[in-house]
Design a binder for this molecule. Structure first.
Ligand code: COA
Length: 112
């Protein structure tokens, strides 16, 4: 489930925000996001993530939304912290990319 981020209704695409990895029986999903480099540093993704999480809880009836990030991706970690997610744990070297294993930090936000 993906939305385009724009600054006005008919404006160009500035980035994407979405919900993925739905587990319907447990009423949870994961939030994902990306901005074109020239639009970063203005709070656009944090605003979009807030809206999408609100929709996940009130519109879709989810109970939990997760955010997964490389702990070295401080910009992404800050988005999740700014949007009220709690840091819940670290999965060590669970992601293989380009022949190297990377850690994943898990964030979660609960309804209410
Ligand atoms: C992760 C990513 C989306 C973060 O982008 P971002 O622009 O830093 O995030 P936001 O749009 O929420 O902007 C927040 C920044 O704007 C600043 N800002 C400026 N004006 C602002 C305003 N009016 N309101 C809120 N924040 C504002 C904030 O201080 C913050 O900067 P800081 O992190 O240095 O404190 C971006 O780095 C990206 O696309 N990376 C590549 C893809 C990626 O890593 N995706 C996540 C995978 S887990």
């Amino acid at each position: 489930m993906t939305w385009v981020i724009t600054d006005k209704a008919d404006g160009p695409m500035l980035g994407l925000v979405g919900l993925c990895r739905f587990v319907h029986e447990h009423r949870r999903a994961e939030v994902a996001y990306e901005l074109l480099p020239e639009y970063r540093g203005r709070g656009l993704v944090s605003e979009a993530v807030d809206r999408v999480v609100e929709y996940a809880f009130t519109g879709l009836g989810l109970h939990r939304v997760e955010g997964h990030a490389d702990p070295a991706n401080t910009k992404s970690v800050r988005v999740l912290e700014r949007c009220g997610f709690s840091r819940e744990g670290l999965l060590r070297e669970n992601y293989l990319f380009g022949g190297k294993f990377y850690d994943t930090v898990i964030f979660g936000r609960l309804v209410g």
